[in-house]
Design a protein around this ligand. Structure first.
Ligand code: ADP
Length: 704
């Protein structure tokens, strides 16, 4: 393990400083004079890059050359582009010019001495420097793309030790990751305004309040992990990624890990968290070919043993939502990925593992093996977790080159290059990461097929040796019907049959449905997108609403689905309710008040709603795909086993059939229904087992 205590003395940076003294931001703020106290409560609301002294970013790169729309969903490319000659494709990241300019890659600048207590956890193990020098064997091999889909588990130790010749991460061409010193600001930053932080999520969970030590002392080996991702409950969440970024680090802490979660400091993070953040320092960092140095502030919040470091830069993170469109998101996450690594160097907290998530952090493994290769953080191993392969961060090569500053060598078919003119940030991350995981075993297999591979199936098959599937869990503090503050009445496994009904009646009342214990209430909590099987749902609603059934939909997303569900609500008042909104508290009440929950997804990497539902004694009705298949065992009429109702082919008739089977059991054999309710509540869907698997993976990569 390599992390060290934050230094309290000033340290000379080896980084090449482009500008010695940080220009005073025009409208800014930068960290106040006494950063050492770390009590800088209101950091740079206006933070920011000094605009005056710097060249403006050329507009050109923002104009995409591809015809693809600027949504974050990748469209299927034309078949020609989709199937490049296999031989060419996986030539793996080649190393040509190895010109690792050490000084340039060392982004440490220490003006703002981080505070002692909060500073990085203590050093425990020696730096795995030697090991790092031996990059993983499988990646660089310029083999043919269509490797066997089967995952042969590479013997970890051997693999790690393999002194491979080709290093996938080559050159450091230009771009020194971080450049210059933090602006010891002269002005006090204005506090962030509340209204500028429209919370994406209405936070109801009682968690995350004070720092209370919850380490369970154990004999497990200690490892330090830096999580890098774009969202995390309760600060900002749009879906399952936010849940995982919250729950997994907390569980890893119990397994004797030091975890630091690095997130963008979006303006939409609720004020109550903004206020608790403490200023840890700031520096300036160059970015790609912009010719500018960007402000990187670090605001810290510690909770339950997990340290959250928010990367501050108003230029990139001031919009209300984390994701807007690719034109803005590509530069934003190039900046974030690089700034996250530079921040680790700056804090002098060098993790054993950098665990990054989805395309927004997809460049992290690439940076780690190129521009940061010779900097302290370059010693860390990397893991990339794919939460949803559909989102890949694709844009034309010149733009991504411009913003990332990555060397030409990474823009080849074996790494970032995608089709003829695009670069794909997730694809690059897959190529350069030491391990790639996804959120269920079934999905790990599915994404290596053309049906689910989102055109990366060949690339994933090629890297299948380092691909794993680890199913998600849910956080039992956040999801607990016995303590959930959102519920009308609390219940647990012992009294669910007596008290769940009160939640159903309260839900019916809240939503304007007919209050009737005897009605079968079906819930659906989802992003309203094509992935979620909503075309199947909308086509069978009239057949589901048989007079004894009520349906509640909670979600936002594509207009066509929102309008369809609004239509059904107006056509079936009292039995159909469309809540077109994102409302965390209401979601909790639906999990508690519904009898069954629909998850008929077209594909589902893991899915959390079925886990939440089971934990609240609500039976899932799911399509057998991805994590749904791994977590919901179909009810067997003969043995009485199972956790829910399932169907396999993506077909509305099969969905209706599954719903009808559920109804039959509910109305005709309540005794057996109740048995499943209790079995589901007793089922272990916590993070415990999965967190252990992640820990094993970390140890596999750091076997000292
Ligand atoms: P995905 O990540 O694809 O959106 P998941 O099932 O993995 O789907 O995770 C969805 C998470 O987001 C769950 O915790 C679910 O409760 C929550 N969620 C989804 N839509 C809403 C909504 N409209 N309001 C509140 N919570 C929601």
């Amino acid at each position: 393990m390599v992390h060290k205590k934050a230094r309290s003395s000033k340290k000379k940076t080896t980084a090449k400083k482009v500008v010695k003294k940080a220009p005073t931001p025009a409208r800014t703020v930068a960290p106040v004079a006494e950063p050492v106290t770390a009590v800088q409560p209101t950091e740079p609301a206006v933070v920011e890059t000094p605009t005056a002294a710097k060249p403006a970013a050329p507009a050109a790169p923002k104009t995409r050359t591809s015809t693809r729309k600027t949504t974050s969903t990748r469209k299927k490319p034309a078949s020609a582009a989709k199937k490049p000659a296999p031989v060419v494709e996986e030539t793996a990241p080649v190393v040509e010019e190895v010109a690792p300019v050490v000084e340039e890659t060392t982004p440490v600048v220490e003006e703002v001495a981080p505070v002692a207590e909060e500073a990085a956890p203590v050093v425990e193990e020696p730096a795995p420097v030697v090991e790092e020098a031996a990059p993983v064997a499988e990646e660089p091999a310029p083999v043919v793309e269509e490797a066997a889909p089967v995952v042969e588990e590479p013997a970890p130790v051997v693999e790690e030790a393999a002194p491979v010749a080709e290093e996938p991460a080559p050159v450091v061409e230009e771009a020194a990751p971080v450049v210059e010193e933090a602006a010891p600001a002269e002005e006090e930053p204005a506090p962030v305004k509340e209204e500028t932080a429209p919370s994406v999520e209405e936070d109801v969970s009682p968690v995350v309040e004070e720092v209370k030590p919850m380490y369970e002392m154990s004999n497990l080996p200690r490892r330090s992990i830096a999580f890098i991702g774009s969202e995390c409950h309760p600060f900002v969440k749009t879906g399952g990624l936010g849940d995982v970024m919250y729950a997994l680090p907390r569980q890893l802490v119990k397994l004797n890990c030091d975890v630091r979660v690095i997130l963008p400091r979006y303006a939409c993070i609720p004020q109550k968290f903004q206020e608790k953040m403490e200023y840890r320092g700031a520096f300036y960092m160059d970015l790609g070919n912009t010719g500018r140095n960007y402000y990187v502030g670090i605001m810290e919040y510690v909770c339950d043993g997990v340290v959250y470091d928010f990367i501050d830069n108003q230029e990139f993170f001031s919009t209300g939502n984390p994701y807007t469109n690719l034109v803005d998101d590509i530069p934003k996450y190039c900046f974030f990925s690089k700034a996250a690594l530079a921040a680790l160097n700056y804090l002098n907290w060098i993790p054993d593992i950098v665990h990054c998530h989805d395309w927004q952090a997809g460049l992290v493994p690439v940076y780690l093996r190129t521009l940061f290769k010779d900097s302290p953080v370059g010693h860390a191993r990397s893991i990339l977790t794919i939460h949803n392969l559909r989102f890949q961060g694709i844009y034309n090569i010149p733009t991504i080159k411009y913003w990332s500053g990555l060397p030409n060598e990474v823009f080849q078919m074996g790494a970032l290059k995608d089709g003829y003119q695009d670069a794909n940030m997730l694809k690059g991350g897959i190529a350069y990461a030491d391990r790639v995981t996804t959120v269920s075993g079934t999905y790990a297999g599915e994404i290596q097929t053309a049906e689910y591979g989102e055109h990366l199936e060949g690339h994933l098959r090629y890297h299948s040796g380092k691909l794993r599937g680890i199913v998600n869990g849910i956080d039992y503090d956040m999801w607990n019907p016995a303590t959930d503050p959102a519920l009308a009445e609390h219940y647990d496994l012992g009294n669910v049959l007596d008290h769940k009904m009160a939640n159903k009646l309260a839900l019916q009342k809240e939503l304007g449905l007919e209050q009737d214990e005897g009605k079968f209430v079906i819930g659906l909590i989802s992003r309203l997108t094509n992935q979620k099987g909503l075309d199947l749902v909308s086509s069978i609603i009239p057949m589901v609403l048989d007079g004894n059934t009520q349906v509640v939909v909670l979600g936002t997303g594509d207009r066509e689905y929102e309008d369809t569900f609004r239509y059904y609500e107006s056509a079936h008042r009292g039995t159909f309710c469309a809540c077109i909104q994102y409302d965390e508290a209401r979601a909790h009440r639906i999990y508690a008040g519904a009898d069954a929950l629909l998850v008929p997804s077209r594909f589902e990497p893991c899915g959390l709603t079925q886990l939440n539902a089971m934990h609240y004694g609500t039976l899932p009705i799911v399509r057998e795909t991805g994590g749904l298949k791994d977590t919901v065992e179909p009810y067997n009429t003969f043995t009485g086993d199972g956790n829910g109702f399932t169907f396999d082919r993506y077909d509305a008739g099969l969905l209706l059939d599954a719903i009808n089977r559920a109804k039959s059991l509910y109305f005709d054999n309540r005794y057996h229904w109740d048995e499943i309710v209790q079995r589901d509540m007793a089922k272990d869907v916590s993070w415990e087992k999965s967190a252990r698997q992640y820990k094993d993976l970390y140890l596999e990569l750091t076997p000292w």
